[in-house]
Design a protein around this ligand. Structure first.
Ligand SMILES: Cc1cc2nc3c(=O)[nH]c(=O)nc-3n(C[C@H](O)[C@H](O)[C@H](O)COP(=O)(O)O)c2cc1C
Length: 180
């Protein structure tokens, strides 16, 4: 059977992003038969604008939508910005939500995880992303949750935290199992 393909969307653009490290760890530790690919270039997407969402959409949007169409499932890995969804992620969700009712992730399972330095690990952003991404077309698997308090990592890479690494691996496996 072909691999289950999971597209990972990271809500932080910074090079040393811990959320990106989590997404990369998800890719490294994915169970056999599951491939996790981290989407590049979310920062190159223009702000969503219906006037440019036509047959000549920018190449960055075409690439995102093609990657989404090719995927079987989606994994969002995001920090919380000011109690909510980082703009770069919300913008990607908006592009993926069109064509209305027929976006490239329509009906595909999706999970939302990540972490932040606050005491709740970014849970507000995760909850709001579940709501927003759910409107955009994917089927959110609500019980796949991980909101890492980055202070608990003690400045180390998330792979060095056995509990986080194991939870992440389990979430990727369960998300893949949701693919029909
Ligand atoms: C603009 C901005 C807003 C932030 N707002 C929050 C917040 O609301 N809650 C929180 O826990 N951390 C917040 N933080 C801190 C992030 O948790 C921290 O920068 C985290 O490392 C970002 O994830 P990353 O390592 O993947 O970039 C904010 C950071 C920035 C830059």
């Amino acid at each position: 059977m072909a691999d289950v393909k999971i597209l990972a969307l990271v809500g932080s653009l910074r090079a040393a992003s811990i959320n990106r490290q989590l997404a990369e760890l998800a890719a490294e530790t994915a169970p056999d038969g599951v491939t996790v690919t981290v989407v590049e270039g979310l920062g190159d997407l223009p702000f969503y604008n219906e006037d440019i969402d036509n047959e000549n959409v920018p190449a960055s949007v075409v690439a995102l939508r093609e990657a989404a169409a090719d995927a079987d499932a989606a994994l969002v890995v995001t920090p919380e910005y000011n109690g909510s969804i980082p703009g770069v992620l919300k913008n990607a969700i908006d592009w993926l939500s069109r064509p209305f009712g027929n976006g490239a992730l329509k009906g595909k399972p999706a999970a939302v995880i990540g972490g932040s330095f606050g005491q709740y690990g970014g849970v507000w952003a995760h909850d709001e992303t579940r709501k927003s991404f759910g409107f955009a077309g994917p089927r959110i698997v609500e019980d796949l949750k991980l909101s890492v308090r980055f202070k608990s990592l003690d400045g180390k890479h998330p792979r060095e935290n056995a509990e986080v690494a194991e939870t992440l691996r389990s979430i990727v496996g369960k998300l893949a199992a949701e693919v029909g």
